[in-house]
Ligand binder design. Structure first.
Ligand SMILES: Nc1nc2c(c(=O)[nH]1)N[C@H]1C(S)=C(S)[C@@H](COP(=O)(O)OP(=O)(O)OC[C@H]3O[C@@H](n4cnc5c(=O)[nH]c(N)nc54)[C@H](O)[C@@H]3O)O[C@H]1N2
Ligand SMILES: Nc1nc2c(c(=O)[nH]1)N[C@H]1C(S)=C(S)[C@@H](COP(=O)(O)OP(=O)(O)OC[C@H]3O[C@@H](n4cnc5c(=O)[nH]c(N)nc54)[C@H](O)[C@@H]3O)O[C@H]1N2
Ligand SMILES: [Mo]
Length: 814
């Protein structure tokens, strides 16, 4: 048995395999306090809740407490592997500072109270506002971190019971563009590809996706292919030198915000060289002539100029993509949170449609998710979409939902697309939304332009309910705080980025009076007296399995059909990929085999949107464009980013993640190993830019944009010149001084026209030195994209702290 420090070596040892072979298993585990597996009382089946990969694991329980985790060897997603957040993150559950009692604001202060008082205050306010103003006064801002059972129940309560259109999730910040891009190209949400495509692909292209840090176990699968016979070729599109870039055959590092130009140039080359599959396109797609006309205007020379990428690299990437036999593409926030998000993400789908590379082994598109259950927010209607990928603009779909919920059709709002998160905040700012229920998200750190967000949440006239497991920057603004039970303390199901559904069993009791999110929603519906049209209770279940059975009926016959899945089927073995129904009793590895899509006008989830304005396409227009329900090639012209560098703000600022932290660190800050690996904020800058300004590693800088300022030590890294990177993890709950640490002090109130996803990755910024380093390097990890630039002096400290890196038992293999 070999000991591996999984902080210093985040991906662990290699298990090489060749094309078409099965990915070998490797079981990772971590138990606290020097315990061994013999000490464990029992194991509860689950999966990781700290990213969208769905790493299956078992939770170790001793004396009624969680004491560790072990990867599940049988699972198709991870074959036993766990990443550092999976291994160490669970320790947060046991923190002494969990919320254990409801809080209510009295004379300006939050004080402890009982559940009756807290819920009566919530229900009383809602009832008053419904009488006074109607459902438009009520908003829900939810998350991508709960379970199917929670979302479906919440969707029913909000859409069907209260009848508000103001329901969205932080998934708007996360995967709104994944959904939008899939709806544009295939007229329905649903991930075409499968992780198993990694096993056979000969080219893997990663667009704005630092998979090594954000789905680290998926990256180990790629690393294992790279270490085996017939390795795939990697293409990386990212302005930073990420671990992915370091392994890529071609690394394109475009100017932030220019993705559409680059994609159009790649498509230009593919068409010019005749690398597309004419037979596939003429049989299965519409829109070819328009796309061809558009990309003709983007020869590689144009892209080289706009993106500032060598023209030869663009041609080489196009050749590799254009001649691949089995092409796998993944897309994430470097596209979704950048300028022209949906337009750029759609061009990746276009490559696959043009090359006929869908529905076959190795030929997947992964429009990735980020949060563990972002997928389910979309499926179940907790992000505003109607449940079951139903079309809000199709009266038949609304009528069907009304039948399932036993409501009148008119009770389900469908007069317009759902209100998106930034618009919900705007309505709150203007005073038309007066009640905002924030569940499982921390907007006082994660939304753009934080001084504005704080002033909205602080308003007297807005009643704010925050349902969380810890005190956060956002609970400070609450009128009522509801303490939730979380992963490991409640049972439910959730679905990863490649449609794999996992069961997560309750392992231990929640602390104090904390309650599962589902129980809180059920209690709310009961107290409010929500009824169906026969006067029976609107919500007909009282436990997770009942909610799951309710959801299954709602999903019947829709793309995300869960009717073949039961809790029992999910116990013991691997997770199962939807659709899973009578026709596909074991689930479905890949969508769109045989060129059949869910795009028929009567069945599809959406008719599409204008790529520039985002205006919805009408049913009549859609029927004319796509009467037979084929894949849609949608063209997009390039438009320059809204905030460009200037003399005053000469840098482009991008923001994102590091391997060791999850979001606003409410969990990873409470796991000592993860905290020590990345203890403080930093800012990345290229060696050339640093030299020009006479800045050295570790100097303390002030980073400013027209919205605010942040102080951070500089890491001289492999980022492209002219660009700054800030991790967005660092807020204020664990520090008392000022408001000068969170990346979102600097970001803009701006969003993609089509998906309405905020643009966190293109802003103009300036820097100024406040203090010299005195030989102390930036507190940035050295194992990741924030590694020191090649050739710059290695920092002496500040990397992952080896002392804190607990040893991991990597059983089963060397
Ligand atoms: N360790 C860790 N893992 C996570 C999370 C976490 O917080 N920590 N969060 C999860 C969630 S919710 C999400 S959404 C995912 C996000 O996962 P990723 O999308 O992989 O992560 P990011 O760091 O946000 O952004 C990815 C890359 O986009 C690049 N980029 C920035 N601007 C541009 C641009 O204009 N063009 C291009 N081509 N690239 C650009 C950045 O340099 C960055 O390396 O991660 C999930 N997994
Ligand atoms: N600048 C910048 N900003 C960004 C991004 C970026 O790349 N750059 N990325 C965006 C993206 S992709 C995302 S996903 C968001 C993430 O942003 P947030 O959602 O705000 O971040 P989290 O820290 O995950 O917040 C989740 C909250 O839910 C609580 N919680 C955890 N488990 C439970 C539970 O079971 N029940 C309840 N009720 N609460 C729970 C946690 O304690 C935490 O306070 O940030 C977005 N903001
Ligand atoms: Mo996300």
């Amino acid at each position: 048995m070999r000991k591996v420090d999984r902080i210093a070596d985040p991906w662990g040892s290699r298990t090489p395999y060749g094309s078409g072979e099965e990915w070998p298993a490797r079981v990772d585990s971590f138990l606290a306090d020097g315990l061994t597996e013999d000490d464990v009382d029992r194991w509860a089946q689950s999966a990781s809740i700290l990213h969208s990969n769905g790493d299956a694991l078992d939770i170790a329980v001793k004396d009624g407490r969680i004491v560790g985790v072990r990867g599940r060897e049988v699972d198709r997603v991870n074959r036993g592997r766990l990443d550092p957040k999976d291994l160490f993150g669970w320790q947060a559950n046991n923190s002494a500072d969990r919320l254990t009692r409801p809080l209510i604001r009295r004379d300006g202060e939050l004080v402890e109270t009982d559940w009756d008082t807290a819920m009566d205050a919530v229900v009383g306010t809602v009832r008053e506002l419904l009488d006074e103003q109607g459902a438009s006064a009520i908003g829900f801002y939810t998350t991508g971190q709960l379970f199917i059972e929670d979302y479906y129940t919440l969707g029913l309560i909000a859409h069907g019971g209260i009848g508000t259109n103001h329901v969205d999730g932080n998934t708007r910040l996360c995967t709104a563009t994944a959904a939008a891009a899939l709806k544009e190209s295939f007229a329905s949400d649903g991930q075409p590809g499968s992780y198993a495509d990694v096993d056979v692909a000969d080219v893997i292209a990663l667009y704005g996706h630092n998979v090594a840090e954000t789905q680290a176990v998926l990256w180990t699968r790629m690393l294992d292919r790279l270490a085996g016979p017939n390795p795939p070729t990697l293409i990386c599109v990212d302005p930073r030198e990420t671990p992915v870039a370091r392994h890529a055959t071609v690394h394109l590092a475009p100017r932030p915000g220019t993705n559409v130009v680059l994609m159009n140039a790649l498509l230009h080359e593919i068409l010019r060289n005749g690398w597309h599959d004419e037979a596939y396109v003429s049989a299965h797609a519409v829109g070819f002539e328009e796309l061809k006309g558009q990309v003709e205007q983007y020869p590689p020379e144009v892209a080289a100029e706009v993106c500032d990428v060598p023209v030869g690299q663009i041609r080489e990437a196009a050749r590799l993509i254009g001649t691949a036999e089995r092409l796998l593409s993944t897309v994430l926030q470097g596209f979704y949170q950048s300028h022209q998000a949906t337009a750029a993400a759609v061009q990746v789908n276009n490559i696959h449609i043009l090359r006929g590379m869908l529905g076959r082994p190795g030929c997947g598109v992964l429009q990735m998710n980020g949060q563990p259950s972002a997928e389910n927010t979309r499926e179940c209607g907790a992000d505003g979409d109607l449940p079951g990928f139903r079309n809000w603009d199709n009266p038949e779909h609304v009528a069907e939902l009304a039948r399932i919920w036993n409501l009148e059709q008119i009770q389900i709002p469908h007069y317009a697309p759902p209100t998106h998160a930034m618009q919900i905040l705007r309505y709150a700012e203007e005073g038309s939304i007066r009640f905002l229920w924030i569940i499982g998200t921390n907007p006082a750190v994660s939304l753009p332009e934080l001084h504005r967000i704080r002033s909205i949440l602080a308003q007297e006239r807005l009643f704010v309910v925050v349902q969380d497991i810890f005190p956060t920057e956002t609970t400070r603004f609450a009128d009522v705080v509801l303490p939730a039970a979380t992963w490991g303390e409640k049972t439910g199901t959730f679905t990863n980025a490649d449609r794999t559904v996992h069961l997560s069993e309750k392992a231990v009791d929640p602390p104090g009076q904390a309650r599962p999110d589902l129980d809180i929603f059920l209690d709310f519906a009961r107290r409010l007296g929500l009824q169906d049209k026969d006067g029976d209770p609107l919500v007909r279940w009282s436990d997770p399995e009942g909610a799951f059975e309710g959801w299954k009926e709602c999903s019947r016959g829709r793309p995300c059909d869960y009717t073949g899945i039961t809790y029992d089927r999910l116990r013991g073995g691997s997770g199962i990929q939807w659709p899973c129904d009578d026709e596909h009793p074991d689930g479905t590895e890949r969508l769109y085999a045989d060129g059949r899509f869910w795009a028929q006008p009567d069945y599809c989830e959406e008719y599409g949107r204008d790529m520039v304005t985002g205006a919805p396409v009408t049913e009549v227009e859609y029927r004319a464009l796509n009467p037979e329900g084929r894949a849609i090639l949608r063209a997009a012209e390039y438009l320059p980013p809204h905030e460009l560098p200037s003399e005053e703000y000469p840098f482009q600022l991008i923001t994102g993640r590091t391997l060791y932290h999850f979001h606003t660190r409410t969990k990873t800050r409470r796991a000592p190993q993860l905290d020590a690996a990345a203890p403080e904020v930093w800012v990345e800058m290229s060696a050339g830019d640093a030299a020009d300004r006479d800045l050295g590693e570790g100097d303390l800088l002030e980073v400013t944009t027209p919205r605010g300022r942040v102080e951070a030590r500089v890491r001289i890294s492999g980022i492209r010149p002219g660009v700054l990177f800030l991790p967005f993890h660092y807020g204020y709950w664990d520090t008392d001084d000022g408001c000068d640490r969170a990346a979102n002090e600097l970001t803009r109130t701006d969003w993609d026209a089509v998906s309405k996803q905020p643009i966190f990755k293109t802003a103009a910024a300036a820097v100024r030195r406040i203090a010299a380093a005195d030989g102390v390097p930036a507190p940035a990890p050295t194992t990741t994209a924030s590694a020191p630039a090649v050739g710059s002096p290695p920092p002496t400290t500040g990397g992952p702290d080896a002392r804190a890196g607990e040893l991991l038992r990597a059983g089963g293999q060397a």
